[in-house]
Design a protein around this ligand. Sequence first.
Ligand code: ADP
Ligand code: SF4
Ligand code: MG
Length: 321
Amino acid sequence: MRTLLSLHAVSRSFAARRAAFTARERLVAVRDVSLDIAEGTTFGIVGESGCGKSTLARLALGLLAPDAGRVAFDGIEVSARRDPAWRRRRRDMQMVYQSPLAALNPRRTVGDQLAEPALIHPGQARGSAQELAELVGLSADLLARFPHELSGGQRQRVVIGRALALRPRLVVCDEPVSALDVSIAAQIINLLRDLQHAERLTYLFISHDLKVVRQIAQTVGVMYLGRLVEIGPPDQVFFDPRHPYTEALVSAIPDARRASRKRILLKGDPPRPTADLAGCAFRSRCARAASRCAVEAPTLRSVDGRDVACHFPAPPVREAA
Ligand SMILES: Nc1ncnc2c1ncn2[C@@H]1O[C@H](COP(=O)(O)OP(=O)(O)O)[C@@H](O)[C@H]1O
Ligand code: SF4
Ligand SMILES: [Mg+2]
């Protein structure tokens, strides 16, 4: 299958917001991340708050430039520059955020906001606001309403409809259902899946919740402190995790926990992701950590059909009893 989006060894750091008297320090939000997304498929990213998911999303869309590495969309390097050629390509890539209320203009009707892309890019948008509403399962009588008159799920449908107005090929969804109730979230996931099928869309789908990612992704990447630590098919990651961090994430989900596996409570908080953090970034919280982990950062390597960045990956679940 053709690769639509590819990230190769991408890193991005920020100047730390610290008190003036401390030395200048850089926090690495995304560190050495590589991934490929085949056209028409979904790559899910899961990880706790602050691990770098939104930074990765912005890098993927060219809204942020990487410090190192390369991001390519359909074989062409994505840049954060604003030249006309890039702006044309930018329409092929859209974003859906967590908060539809923040993404919508409170003073304009739903119909106006769905029609807006066609006004800005005449001739390139698909049909009318009515057609877009139908595409995302909104009834036409909602077009005259304002965002605050809609439910959270309806608002997210508006945001998705607007994102699809210019017929993008890639949609980056950054926590698109995290603000919704479980049943509404499931409806939005179903909608995204149906649209993917109908429109041959490619998704980079981000969530802090592995259960949600599993419902839509063909490949899942688990992120910890800016790095991808395990990448594989969702069921393997969910039922048979091999990275100690994934093990802990999964152990908190009753559906995924096998009788032989106990809940693993992580001790402490993640360390600050400073540029000079040596060894494995997970070692301060890892029950398997050994002396090698303090000096040598693990890189991804293949373990039983998935990639794991750990010197001492967990054994298969069936042997773990
Ligand atoms: N513009 C920025 N300036 C400084 N630090 C930032 C900026 N954006 C993100 N960060 C930092 O980068 C890290 C990752 O943030 P983010 O990508 O938003 O994580 P997530 O989406 O997983 O919660 C955090 O430590 C955050 O404070
Ligand atoms: S490399 Fe070591 S510290 Fe890091 S996750 Fe593996 S065992 Fe734990
Ligand atoms: Mg985020």
